[in-house]
Design a protein around this ligand. Structure first.
Ligand code: SAM
Length: 327
């Protein structure tokens, strides 16, 4: 299905929980965010129904995120249900890697092998400082297990000035040693509050570090909907991408909708939620009415993240933690 800017919208990202067992300081305050009670979350039946309807509208890719998706009880059950949906052959997960190890065999059986793993530093102490938890070894163990089981891994690292810029090259080097793609993400200023005057380490700064270190860095063509500008170091097994999440230079090929754990639809990461599909669904509407509502939301998708931010009804300070949005 196309929006009014002729962009094909066929990718949905669903946050299955707003809870997380890490406390990455750029994402959440140290004492967490006020979590939603379970009854407020979309149930697995509701999520599966929404996916069925989105499949009918031409959606083909789903990403489950959170919070930490593996924290939600019986998350594997939702994956089993989704794997049965004809439309969604491309099922992805974004995870911090602390809780997924024991699920690796079943994920493989289900053909769910595309995992984005968040690792912001390869230094144990810096990892601890960023996440406020002591899980570095566990996460690296998960990384190696996923590599050994031939999962298709993208490693996400948020790059922050004065915090982990020294990790850029060591993280990029993982693409040499392993068949993994590495993504560097600009920090966005919302972390359960709003950071005014954020001193950004921009996509341009990250690129400049890469270019200084890799003289033969080549830019790759981007696939439709790819938020990353992609690069290749010759002979490296994986590619390297830079995501201008704050600079927002990729909106013209946006292909996505987001649904928060409590059913708030975001047609752009920077809007403040355009419609609550959970409440609409719980009012007893038909599949056709849900489908029409999604079509309407897609038609009204803003041109870019700047327009979405200007149209917000709530102040920037009310921007949610990424843990409720899903990143
Ligand atoms: N718990 C999972 C994880 O750690 O990947 C999924 C949820 S997490 C909110 C999804 C992604 O959002 C992570 O890669 C995280 O680094 C990113 N993220 C969170 N807050 C961010 C921010 N303020 N700026 C940029 N990326 C952010």
């Amino acid at each position: 299905m196309k929006d009014s800017f002729d962009r094909t919208i066929n990718y949905v990202r669903i946050a299955v929980t707003d809870r997380c067992n890490l406390r990455c300081f750029y994402c959440m305050p140290a004492n967490g965010i006020p979590y939603e009670p379970k009854a407020h979350l979309l149930s697995y039946e509701e999520i599966t129904r929404l996916l069925r309807i989105l499949g009918g509208l031409g959606f083909r890719k789903v990403r489950f995120t959170g919070g930490e998706p593996f924290l939600r009880k019986d998350f594997m059950q939702l994956l089993e249900n989704t794997a049965k949906l004809e439309a969604f052959k491309s099922i992805h997960i974004t995870s911090n890697g602390t809780l997924l190890q024991r699920h690796i065999p079943r994920l493989q059986e289900l053909g769910i092998t595309k995992i984005n793993l968040s690792i912001d530093s390869l230094d144990k102490e810096r990892f601890h400082k960023i996440t406020r938890r002591d899980d570095f070894e566990k996460v690296m163990e998960t990384f190696h297990m996923l590599v050994d089981h031939s999962f298709k891994i993208k490693l996400n690292a948020v790059i922050m000035k004065g915090i982990n810029t020294q990790d850029i090259i060591p993280l990029a080097e993982l693409a040499k040693d392993y068949p993994v793609d590495v993504r560097f993400i600009e920090e966005m200023p919302f972390n359960g509050g709003y950071k005014e005057n954020l001193e950004m380490y921009s996509a341009r700064d990250i690129f400049s570090d890469l270019k200084t270190n890799y003289a033969d860095l080549e830019q790759l063509p981007s696939a439709h909907g790819d938020t990353a500008t992609l690069y290749q170091v010759p002979e490296y097994q994986g590619n390297i991408g830079v995501i201008a999440a704050f600079s927002r230079t990729f909106c013209n090929t946006c292909n996505r909708l987001r649904i928060s754990s409590k059913g708030e639809i975001k047609s752009c990461l920077y809007d403040d939620g355009v419609f609550n599909i959970r409440d609409f669904m719980r009012s007893g509407v038909s599949d056709q009415e849900l489908s029409d509502k999604f079509s309407e939301i897609i038609r009204l998708k803003p041109k870019d993240g700047f327009e979405a931010e200007r149209a917000r009804k709530s102040p920037k300070s009310a921007m949610k933690s990424m843990s409720s949005i899903g990143g």
